[in-house]
Design a protein. Sequence first.
Length: 372
Amino acid sequence: MTKSAYIHIPFCKSKCKYCSFVSYNRPEMMTGYVYSLLKDISENYRGEELKTLYFGGGTPSLLPVELLEKIIKPFIFSKDYEFTLEINPDDRDLDYFKQLKSLGVNRLSIGSQTFDDKILKLIGRRHNSEQITEAVNLAKEAGFENISVDLIYGLPTQTMDCLKKDLEKFLSLDIQHISTYGLKIEEESFWGKCYNKETNLLITSDTDQIYLPLDDEQADMYEVVNDVLEANGFYRYEVSNFAKDGFESRHNLNYWNNNEYYGFGAAAHGYVDGVRYSNYTSLEEYMAKPHIHECGRTLSMQEKLEEEIFLGFRKRSGVNVSEIDQKYGIDFGSKYRHILDKYSDFIEKTPSGYTFNLKGTLISNIILSEFI
């Protein structure tokens, strides 16, 4: 049974320069979108108890609580559910946080990215560093005890010293979870149109060229992030995610455990009954036929196996060999012995299977490509 759901809220006040997610600055369509979303849910949700619900975007915190309440009304929740909402640091106040708590939201993911005000401005974020701290403190005052923040490394002009200062600031917030991302320049983003791969520069005008850390520098940054966070009580349970004990994102673990989930909303992806599907990206198309997926594909057993391996290796716990052998009728150790031996310096044996060590994580895409 499908016991997780993702809901996409595709509205933002402005677009960050690195962002390639589907979002629109069209607040006038928000109410109509919610009613289309309700039709999507009524047609496709089967009434299971949800263990996790995740509102992502875009900027879900732009939605008034009354609209959020309408969206979640059809759902049935298990007793120990996890309900996450992404927020921007500058969007809301204490009263809004209290309303979210009363609504049943019990986990917040705050899009902070960095404490460097110059870099925040450069990348197109609307908030400043003070608002990050203020948002966390307001969330705590409202009663939230499960708070995650985002940290991006490899940002334009960012140095190792900048990153270390960021880590100090994030650790001082006394939060439970940190998601870390190495900057990737996506073609669909604003910066994707002005990125020169040969020079590794963002050329935004004839005179304005912005330096980006090189891949090797970004890898060094990742190692520093890992070392500093793990030395301060955070455990890297997935390639990009660190949590204090018991505060791992259960929703995201559902993805990495290759379990099924609903995807509701424009551009949302889902995985139900062995079918991976995606919804219409444009607001107009989605709102015209919200209950119909734009495309869907039933995965073959080989594709399911490859996904199980790819997603499993993202986790610190790694792949569970006995489960894979039973599910897919293979002998994992024999089938992939040549890869395991070839990358023995990067893959470690665990009680239940195999996982990447830190060095393996840094070249994970290269290794995983050989399993496909």
